[in-house]
Each structure stands twice: as structure tokens, then as C-alpha cells.
Design a protein around this ligand. Sequence first.
Ligand SMILES: Cc1cc2nc3c(=O)[nH]c(=O)nc-3n(C[C@H](O)[C@H](O)[C@H](O)COP(=O)(O)O)c2cc1C
Length: 325
Amino acid sequence: MEKRISVAPMMGQTDRHFRYMISLMAKDVRLYTPMIHAEAIVNSSNNFIKRENGYQKKVGIQIAGNDPNVVVRAATIIEQHNYNEINLNIGCPSERVQNCSVGVALMKQPKLVADIVKHLAKVTSLPISIKSRIGVDDYDDYEFLYDFIDQTSSAGCDHFIIHARKAILKGLNPKENRTIPPLDYQRVRQIKDDFSSLRVEVNGEIDSIEKIKSQLKIFDGVMIGRESYKNPFFLAEVQDHFFKNKTKLSKYDFMIKMIDYIEREAEGGASVHLITRHMTQLFKGTNGAKEWRNLIGGNSSHKKDLKSLINEILVFMDDREEILV
Ligand SMILES: Cc1cc2nc3c(=O)[nH]c(=O)nc-3n(C[C@H](O)[C@H](O)[C@H](O)COP(=O)(O)O)c2cc1C
């Protein structure tokens, strides 16, 4: 099975602008939209998900839903656009999501998830995957996870991305649910051992080349979340380390491409701030980091007209050649 490396869906972060930026530096790293409610896809015009990934590299779309009919209707719309996978969110612990009984709450209803998969598989030719946790609340033993994977894979899902910690629905907020329940990669490994024909990708605090290397010896893929956002150039390193196609762009060329993109998008009516906000962390750890953050971070890019902003970026690039190799 071909090994995969992907960037995790992250609401408020992995939007189309961020994904464009990552696709410039890491062509073979797979990307996903943040979670989108199936209802929102069905109830808004087609333009919404066309715009979400129009004219960019194909990506997976992550959807949330608990009604097989709505999910099926969403899938028929998704099929017409630029997506290469439908990923079901069975891992999100946020209260808003719980109130709609989707996300990780659905792990407690494997029959319903299996039903959704069965209906989906009938109507879509796109690969279907599930992103889940290893458990939820008191449903946290291996038998529970085994049964969840067994039922949903029998229904037609052969690709699982598992965040290697359980979620606690009452008492922990989403951020705490990404740090407090302990990681248990071994639990995910047991799933790979017991379901060897399934594609099993592991997620949770994978933030170095060494960790990716060791997890890829066991799993079919790794999914990288927070580190991708905190340190986007890490993904260029990942590309160069794990794929044949090397990132040929220098950081300087990358910046020129981003400037072109900002100009193109601004012409089309996009808010420049929504692009530059993803670029704030680019030079973290270098001697230009502070200057760069002052130039582009917070509200500063809001306040400038486009021409002055781009001029300032170009001056920064000339002054700081040494960090743009
Ligand atoms: C800001 C933020 C938003 C997130 N939004 C989503 C989401 O929309 N869908 C999802 O499945 N997981 C979401 N997650 C969880 C990540 O996909 C990932 O599972 C989690 O961060 C663990 O991976 P990491 O330790 O590599 O960050 C989000 C995480 C963060 C930090």
C-alpha cells in the first residue's frame, strides 16, 4: 500500500488559501478541507463548495452529518466538484457539534455510521474515509474500537484516520481534548494488525521527520495537524524527505508565488487579510521572525493598501535574503 502523509482538517485554518500555500511547497502531501456540515452543502448553492476548492489541486472534503439521506445528497453535489475523497468526521468533540449529534458522538452509534457509509458507497465513486478517535467517554476499550471499525469497514469504508486519543465530551473543551486524554498509538497499531487490508493512518502530535519515519514503518500514513499550521515550511521538509518530487522552490520563489496569488485573489474580491493570516508563522525561529510578524501579522495587513503591503514584503525579502534560501 502506498504510504501517505496528509495535513489534518482544521477549522479556521486549512481553508483554500492555506491549502494553496501548502500545495506550493509540498505537492505530494494530501490535503483536506476543514469540517463542513452535510446540511450546509445541501442547503446552500453549489457555488459554496465550488468556491471552497475551485481551480486548485484536488483535495479531500471532510463532512459531518448523521442523516444518511442528507449525506448522500451532499455527496452527489461534492461529486461535481474538485474533490478526491469524502472523509466523515467522527472525531470532533466540540459542544456545538455534539448538540447536532455529529462528530465524535457518532462513535457511540456504529450502526448509524455504517448505514451512512453504506448509503454513501452506493452513490459516490469517490473513496470514502473516516476520521475518528480511539474512543469516547467510557466507550474506550479495544473491543469498542474494534467493533466500530468492523461495522463501518464491512459497510464499505476501507480507509481510517485515527487520532490516537479518546475524546471526553463533558468537561473538556476541544483544545483540552487535543492534549489531556493521553495518546495511545499502540491502540491504533492493534487496529492495523487486526485489519491489515484496511488503510490505517495515525494522527496525534506527529511533528518531526523522525516521528513520521517511525510511524510510517507501522501505519499506511500519518496525518499532521497543529505542526503544519505552526510551522508551514516543515511540510517542505516533509516533501523533500519522503517523496521523489523535491520541492524545487526556494523560499524566495515561494514568496513571489504567494505575492502573485495575493494579487490574483484580491482582484477577484478576496480579502487579503484572509490569506496573509496564514503566513504569519512562516519565518518563526529565524532572525526575521519578529519583523515579519509586525509586517504581516495581527491586523497590520488589514490597515495597508495592497500596493504598500506588497512593497513592504518585497523590501523585507531583499533585506532578509539569508532566510529565504
Ligand atoms: C484549530 C483546530 C481545528 C480543528 N478542526 C478540525 C476539523 O475541522 N475536523 C477534524 O476532523 N479535526 C479537526 N481538528 C483536529 C485535527 O484534525 C487533529 O486531529 C488534531 O489536531 C490532532 O493532530 P495534531 O496533534 O497533529 O495537531 C482541529 C484541530 C485544531 C487545532
